[in-house]
Each structure stands twice: as structure tokens, then as C-alpha cells.
Design a protein around this ligand. Structure first.
Ligand code: ADP
Ligand code: MG
Length: 236
């Protein structure tokens, strides 16, 4: 088992006409709950989407290694088949597809049972609803994390699990994230947040600060608490 699960070197990425990631370096080691913290527009979602291989996110320079394999030019399907998974900041609505349909497809691949996943995320009442249609913020996040649990990824990338989520749901979401760490053979996860609200429920081992498309600093948990108290300004 490699010591470093995910390694990113000198990454620059353009989206549309904008260079959203600039010369970014990041390592995700084993046994690490890694928080990526940054203000709106810093490039957090762009980074996660680039790691998973979204089309339209153009790597200008740099390299992405997942489990020691260079995946920089590999399509998204390949990266997902290798065990990477992304929980979206705003989960897409899937017209005509019920939650149970999606979980059933994912569980066939991942080897889970729909009932276990639904129970874990307390979404039994949503199983026969169209994915995302009319869901509350908390329901949407719980269903999204459920789809990740069903995939049993080797490394989950979770974008803003605490945005638009109330206190009751955040505890369920955090429980799901802990389960994802348990499922990961590396016992690692990457969690993106701009409020750090979720960090009260699942504590960081490492915090990295993303500003203007670059990681400006990584440190221990205290770094996150410092940002929560004083904001991002004092860090530059
Ligand atoms: P964050 O998730 O940290 O709030 P994003 O990664 O969503 O930030 O965005 C980073 C920057 O890239 C922003 O300035 C945003 O406007 C820009 N950006 C993101 N997606 C696109 C796109 N599809 N086309 C053009 N610019 C984009
Ligand atoms: Mg974002």
C-alpha cells in the first residue's frame, strides 16, 4: 500500500478562459482526514473536478498520481473504476431516475445493500422519489453521500458537505463521511469546505488552505480553528 494516496504536482488548470488552478501542490497521505479550506471562488470545486477528470477542466501543466499511477490524462470513468469518487457541491438533479434506481446500480458494482445504505443516511423515505427533485438541502447531501457509500470508493472527494445543511442532517452527513473513511483501504478522505462547520463533527488530521488557485499552506487541525476564528486574511 503506497504511503501517499493522491499526489498533485505543479498543477495548473484552465476552465473556459480562466486559469482557476495555478501551480498547485498537494499530497494526501494514508490515515488522513484532509480538509481543503478556502473562500468562495478559490478553486476548490475546480480542483476536485480536475482530480476526478471532468471534461472541460484542462490541465495546462502538472501531474496527478492516484495510488502511484499517473491518471492526469485518464478519462473520468477510468478514475472512478480505480476507486476515486466525488460528492458534488450541488448534486445534479437526475430527471426520471429515482434514488432507489441509482443506489441499485451502484450497489451492484460496489457490493452493498440498498437498505443498509439508506438506513445509514436515513433516506428510506426518499428511495422512491426522483433524485434531487424537491429535496431539502440536508436531504440532498444525505442522498449524495449515500451514493458514495454505495460505490465504496478507495478515496472519496467531498465538496462542501456542510453547505445548506441543518444541524440534524450534518450529524448524519458526518456519520456517512466517517463510514467512507472506514471503507477506504487507506483510511483517508478529502473534504472541501468554506465554513468548516462540518469539522465540528468530523475532525481534521490535516488542513490545507486554498487561495487564488494555489495551496498556500498545510498544517495540523489548529490551522482550521485559526481560520474559523480569524478568517483567511491573516494567512496570506
Ligand atoms: P470554489 O469552489 O473554491 O468556490 P470554483 O472552483 O467553483 O471555486 O471556481 C474557481 C474560479 O473558477 C472562479 O473564479 C469561477 O468563476 C471559475 N470557474 C469555475 N468554473 C468555471 C467555468 N466552467 N467557466 C469559467 N470559469 C469557471
Ligand atoms: Mg465550490
Amino acid at each position: 500500500m503506497p504511503n501517499i494516496v493522491l499526489s498533485i504536482e505543479n498543477l495548473s488548470v484552465s476552465v473556459g478562459s480562466r486559469i482557476a488552478i495555478k501551480d498547485l501542490n498537494l499530497e494526501v497521505p494514508n490515515n488522513t482526514i484532509l480538509y481543503l479550506l478556502g473562500p468562495n471562488g478559490a478553486g476548490k470545486s475546480t480542483l476536485l473536478r480536475t482530480i476526478i477528470g471532468y471534461p472541460g477542466y484542462n490541465v495546462l501543466t502538472g501531474v496527478i498520481h492516484f495510488e502511484n499511477e499517473d491518471v492526469t490524462d485518464k478519462p473520468m470513468e477510468y478514475r472512478v473504476s480505480k476507486g476515486l469518487a466525488l460528492a458534488h457541491q450541488i448534486p445534479p438533479k437526475l430527471v426520471g431516475i429515482r434514488v432507489i434506481d441509482l443506489l441499485s446500480t451502484l450497489c451492484k458494482r460496489g457490493g452493498c445493500t440498498i437498505n443498509d445504505v439508506a438506513k445509514e443516511m436515513e433516506i428510506e423515505h426518499l428511495l422512491y422519489r426522483e433524485f434531487g427533485k424537491g429535496f431539502s438541502g440536508g436531504e440532498l447531501k444525505r442522498v449524495e453521500i449515500a451514493t458514495l457509500l454505495a460505490q465504496r470508493p478507495r478515496l472519496a472527494l467531498v465538496d462542501e458537505p456542510d453547505t445548506g445543511v441543518d444541524v440534524d442532517s450534518i450529524e448524519i452527513v458526518a456519520r456517512g463521511l466517517k463510514k467512507l473513511v472506514e471503507f477506504s483501504p487507506h483510511k483517508s478522505i478529502v473534504i472541501v469546505t468554506h465554513t468548516a462547520f462540518i469539522a465540528r463533527y468530523i475532525e481534521p488530521d490535516t488542513t490545507c488552505i486554498l487561495l487564488n488557485g494555489s495551496i498556500i499552506r498545510c498544517g495540523e487541525a489548529e490551522l482550521l480553528y485559526k481560520v474559523m476564528r480569524h478568517g483567511f486574511k491573516g494567512l496570506v
